[in-house]
Design a protein around this ligand. Structure first.
Ligand code: ADP
Length: 502
């Protein structure tokens, strides 16, 4: 099952459920499996801390004060001990019977805290006291003692391995202490009991079952609402967008929900605007191209048939019409070809340093000769010869197209001026005509493919609607800047600017 085939709703749903379940699993691990260990460790740590506190209080204390339940010292110890639910015994060494403590049912202790809890010492603390005392003397530091009830055998040892205490439910912690009578032989025994956590764990297990059910139910609800909120606008937008495929561009996307949806709205609306423009251009193109192709083809076939049927009509003029129309077709086809090659990136640009001024001069002279009989004048003004880096034939095409447009749209004025303006680093070539000009609102569109100001384009204008877009593609490739300024019925100035080669 591929993830991108699963709907957003189900993906969200599974993620939320997985999240819920993982929380439950973590909870289980901590509560059911680690609870006992954590609890025991904490208890042992607290016991050690308590012993530290007790030691600082009891060491060098007055024996009488310790014995007196109402003394402030006793009260302080009692309150410390009560917090941990522990018992504290202070024993004098001489009070401890030697060897086997089983023979000694009752050990006399100096004091017990909490004092109200007058427990039977031996019942609580099942260890060999004299051994413990000797051990503490030997190691000279506090010591955990393990009692082993099952075998009814007293033993003790210093615990380095805390696992042993962890398994044992009695925590017995002993430390030697000195009191005011300087007998040097007192021992504090701190006793606390670890209550088994099994009943708590059982309760937790039941609770966890309920929690799991509740979390799952909540996940389903949350997933349902979130996915609805996220996927609904997307589904709606998708439905709308499908209409685009059928060519319906009269849509406005206005899905709501979150900022990404708003961004998507904007993008889609922008895309529709662009698609609309392209669509309009495409329609115009089909109209233009089919008109451009059909008219010369009709003329060619008409004249050819006439020449076949009426040999006496085989005049120079009639043949010239066929030749003119063929070249018009050729221009259109070659323009289309150049443009598609450049935009597709398959056209090769042969970049080199070349003489721009001479290049312009040659084209101007050629064109001048071509239209001389119409009393047309092209004036090329330049002060020096300039070199630029570029593809000479492509730049020649640019100059040729600018010039042809200037001639085609110069109306009755029949004057076209070409200027070469140089600075230290740049050269600007301007093509000025005094013809029909271009309306302000049309100016930004003239560089677009197939765009023609005169939509009905009469046959008096020779263009294909591709001249300026070919110029644009070539100049963009060269990173040359270009532009146009025009006043309707007064004329236009088209220009491009290139870096000079030294
Ligand atoms: P065309 O082959 O129709 O000339 P172009 O891409 O060269 O196509 O130009 C696009 C449109 O820009 C032309 O149809 C024309 O309306 C306008 N145009 C271009 N050059 C001039 C100019 N020198 N004077 C007025 N209009 C111009």
């Amino acid at each position: 099952l591929k993830l991108n085939k699963v709907s957003l709703k189900w993906q969200l749903f599974s993620v939320i459920i997985a999240f819920g379940l993982s929380i439950i699993i973590v909870f289980c691990i901590f509560q059911i499996f680690l609870l006992d260990k954590v609890y025991r460790r904490t208890k042992i740590k607290q016991t050690k801390e308590l012993m530290n506190e007790l030691y600082t209080i009891i060491d060098q204390a007055d024996v009488a004060e310790l014995k007196n339940n109402d003394s402030s010292l006793s009260k302080e110890i009692t309150s410390l001990v009560k917090n941990l639910e522990a018992d504290v015994f202070v024993i004098k060494k001489e009070q401890i019977p030697p060897s086997n403590p089983q023979d000694v049912p009752n050990v006399e202790y100096l004091c017990i805290f909490p004092s109200s809890d007058m427990v039977d010492f031996n019942k609580k603390i099942n260890i060999n006291l004299s051994d413990t005392f000797n051990q503490i003397d030997k190691v000279a530091k506090p010591m955990f003692v393990v009692s082993n009830d099952e075998e009814h055998e007293f033993f003790h040892q210093q615990i380095s391995d805390s696992e042993k205490i962890i398994k044992n439910n009695d925590i017995i912690y002993c430390e030697r202490v000195e009191l005011s009578d300087k007998s040097d032989s007192y021992m504090i025994i701190l006793y606390s009991r670890i209550t088994p956590v099994d009943p708590a764990i059982n309760t937790l297990k039941t609770q966890l079952l309920y929690i799991t059910i509740i979390v799952l139910a909540m996940s389903v609800l949350v997933a349902f609402f979130i996915s609805r909120k996220i996927s609904k606008p997307l589904i709606n937008m998708n439905k709308e967008a499908l209409k685009l495929g059928h060519g319906n561009y009269d849509l406005v996307f206005n899905g709501t929900g979150f900022s990404e949806i708003n961004d998507l709205n904007e993008t889609l609306n922008y895309a529709i605007k662009e698609l609309k423009k392209t669509e309009t251009l495409k329609r115009e193109l089909i109209a233009n191209v089919s008109h451009d192709l059909r008219t010369p083809l009709t003329l060619i076939s008409g004249y050819a048939e006439m020449l076949r049927d009426f040999p006496e009509e085989n005049t120079k003029e009639n043949l010239q019409i066929i030749i003119d129309e063929t070249s018009r077709l050729k221009n259109l086809v070659s323009d289309l070809l150049i443009l598609s090659k450049i935009t597709a990136g398959t056209e090769n640009f042969n970049m080199q340093s070349f003489n721009l001024t001479t290049c312009i001069k040659e084209i101007v002279d050629r064109q001048q000769k071509f239209i001389e009989h119409l009393n047309f004048k092209i004036d090329f003004k330049y002060d020096e010869v300039v070199y630029i880096n570029g593809d000479p034939s492509k730049i020649a095409q640019v100059i040729y197209n600018f010039l042809t447009n200037a001639i085609n749209y110069s109306g009755d004025s029949k004057i076209v001026e070409v200027w070469q303006v140089v600075t230290d680093s740049d050269v600007t070539i301007k093509f000025k005509d005094y013809g029909i000009g271009i309306k302000k609102e049309d100016l930004e569109y003239v560089w677009k493919r197939y765009y023609r100001v005169d939509k009905a384009h009469t046959r008096s204008t020779q263009g294909t609607g591709l001249g300026l877009s070919i110029i644009k593609e070539i100049l963009d490739y060269h990173h040359f800047s270009y532009g146009v300024s025009s006043v309707e019925n007064e004329g236009s100035v088209f220009w491009f600017k290139a870096k000079r080669e030294k």
